[in-house]
Design a protein around this ligand. Structure first.
Ligand code: PMP
Length: 306
């Protein structure tokens, strides 16, 4: 459960947590056209707090608006500032930030071109998305019976609320079956991503992840990991991955703002490699945490001070 904080930013105002309400006729609630983001702020070793890759998240938020034909009432600068303001208003040094641009009440029916476009930024405390144990020892996963959207059925590159029904169904199926997370294949049967994470495998020292023309979200953590891996001298290839390649991988891990770098130790009851966190995964995870909240200052362009 999200612990209640003090303030939420909505349509330019900082309001009390309990006053950030919407009407049940809110269009997005019925039809799922809403652009959103998930961003993390970390307190670093120097004692100061920074939002990680804020610009890239805000750019993706506005890209989602472009694809879904939502016209935001606020600029990128205003929404970025709201992300910082909402952390300050809640005295948060670390936390998860959720901007959302959605269609408000007015007309019902699918078209509703004149409904107000509303903007909110919420922040809450969120530890390890899949748990501390998951970060340390890895998780058990299952290939979902739900396929990821075909690229022309939905908008793979949009972080749009409606298409998360696919993720929720896959996640529930996996959890009800006793696994920690789902891995979705695309409609052609190739590995796509987790319900809220991109996926990487390691084979013979090379990193593989599905390429951007596949039905995956263009994850910002995915980009962070590819950049760090190359800096560490690792080869990274973006390519199609089959289910059996996944089962036969030496290592596997998920990436995401919420999931950070979560090792995958099992897929469909097959241990990945030795069934423990792999050495390359561990090295990348250590470097990642050093960059986001440690003392590695090699990427100042990724950090926005609070
Ligand atoms: N895929 C999906 C479906 C997601 O929801 C997320 C989380 N935003 C990701 C991948 C990872 O993206 P990012 O690293 O930008 O958080």
């Amino acid at each position: 459960m999200v612990d209640k904080l003090q303030k939420i930013w909505i349509d330019g105002e900082m309001v009390a947590w309990d006053d950030a309400q919407v009407h049940v006729l809110t269009h997005s609630l019925h039809y799922g056209i809403a652009a959103f983001e998930g961003i993390r702020a970390y307190k670093r070793a120097n004692g100061k707090s920074y939002v990680f890759r804020l610009r890239e998240h805000i750019d993706r938020l506005f890209d989602t608006c472009k694809m879904t034909l939502l016209k935001p009432e606020f600029s990128r600068e205003q929404v970025s500032q709201a992300c910082l303001d909402v952390l300050k208003a809640n005295n948060m040094a670390t936390g998860y930030i959720r901007p959302m641009i959605f269609l408000g009440e007015g007309a019902m029916g699918i078209y509703a071109p004149n409904n107000p476009v509303r903007t909110t930024v919420i922040a809450w405390n969120w530890g390890a998305y899949l748990g501390d144990e998951a970060l340390k020892n890895g998780i058990r996963t299952k290939i979902s019976s739900f396929a990821r959207h075909h690229i022309n059925v939905s908008l793979a590159k949009a972080k749009m609320s409606g298409q998360y029904t696919n993720s929720v169904l896959a996640k529930r199926e996996a959890k009800f079956a006793g696994y920690d997370e789902a891995i979705l294949l695309d409609p052609n049967g190739y590995v796509s991503e987790g319900s809220g994470e991109n996926i990487f495998v390691v084979k013979k020292g090379v990193l593989y992840t599905p390429d951007l023309s596949s039905s995956i979200l263009e994850g910002i953590t995915r980009d962070t990991v590819m950049t760090l891996a190359r800096e560490m001298g690792l080869e990274v290839r973006e390519s199609r991955i089959t289910r059996d390649q996944l089962w036969l991988a030496d290592e596997c891990f998920f990436t995401g703002t919420a999931a950070e770098i979560t090792p995958v130790r099992e897929v469909d009851n097959r241990p990945i490699g030795e069934g423990v966190v792999g050495p390359i995964t561990k090295r990348l995870q250590d470097r990642f945490f050093d960059v986001v909240r440690g003392s590695d200052t090699s990427h100042p362009e990724w950090l926005t001070a609070l």
